[in-house]
Design a binder for this molecule. Structure first.
Ligand code: APR
Length: 252
């Protein structure tokens, strides 16, 4: 406990200087809200085959199957709420003048917690995109009245506005995430297996540019050994703990 306490105090000392902060989150930050991760014990990819559900080929082969799966996921996600960890990050956005949240999650829980300065690298499950015109529309209906849903303007298939395997990330979003990663002083890496590219390279880019890396994950990842701080804890516990520590410095 003393080691964690010392690390907390050291980190709080750094945060007191109001550094430029970038936060990268993954599925693990939503685990305590009841949303399954992808590669954890009961992860989605243990139960479902990504190549049958999360690729453009799979979608055009069987859009009904893919939409049935997204409708199921939207049903789960729609019933879940952010936890204290999400709210700490939303509050830090107000405390730290240079703060950005980069997420791989499509669940929208960061927004639900009040985060605004956010880059959704892999899209958002509450958005749909017309496969002919490319227009993006928000849709929060669960269950969906029509599967597969169609564009009301041109009748073409709508697809989830998320990034599938084999697809490029939205160029502008990735550019902003790369710029923020290479110019931050501190990068928190929370709840990601640091496995999927290009997101997994952002912490390395930050470290190469002199940033300190703070990992929060109950399990070790390829990043843990090189992180400056590695809190092997759940996000919903560690973030409030860190927030309390900076509170002792009159921040927050
Ligand atoms: N708090 C913090 N981390 C947690 C928690 C928790 N309560 N519970 C689990 N974790 C960690 C796990 O130990 C694991 O390292 O979260 C990580 C989740 O890893 P993945 O399931 O691989 O999710 P992620 O890294 O976000 O996946 C990246 O892969 O499938 C694609 O597009 C999908 O965005 C996703 C991308």
């Amino acid at each position: 406990m003393t080691k964690i306490k010392d690390e907390l105090e050291e980190l709080a000392g750094l945060l007191r200087l109001k550094p430029r902060i970038a936060v990268l989150t993954g599925a693990g930050i939503s685990a305590e809200s009841g949303i399954p991760t992808f590669r954890g014990k009961d992860g989605l990819w243990k139960e479902f085959r990504a190549e049958e559900l999360a690729t453009p080929e799979a979608f055009f082969r069987d859009p009904r199957l893919v939409w049935e799966w997204y409708d199921w996921r939207r049903g789960i996600i729609g019933s879940k709420n952010p936890h204290p960890g999400h709210y700490v990050l939303a509050n830090w956005e107000k405390i730290f003048p240079d703060f950005i949240l980069i997420t791989q999650n499509v669940d929208g829980l960061h927004r639900k917690a009040g985060s605004g300065n956010i880059l959704e690298l892999h899209g958002n499950i509450w958005e749909m995109r017309c496969t002919r015109e490319g227009t993006i529309l928000e849709n929060r209906q669960t269950p969906l009245p029509e599967i597969p849903p169609r564009c009301s303007a041109c009748g073409a298939l709508l697809r989830p506005n998320v990034v599938w395997f084999g697809e490029a990330l939205p160029a502008e979003t990735l550019e902003q995430a790369t710029a923020a990663s290479s110019s931050c002083d501190l990068m928190f890496v929370i709840g990601t297996s640091a496995y999927v590219q290009p997101a997994a390279s952002l912490p390395l880019l930050a470290a190469q540019n002199g940033a300190k890396i703070i990992e929060i994950n109950p399990e070790p990842t390829p990043l843990s050994a090189s992180a400056d701080f590695a809190f092997q804890a759940a996000a919903g516990e560690a973030l409030p703990e860190i927030d309390r520590a900076i509170g002792r410095f009159g921040l927050g």
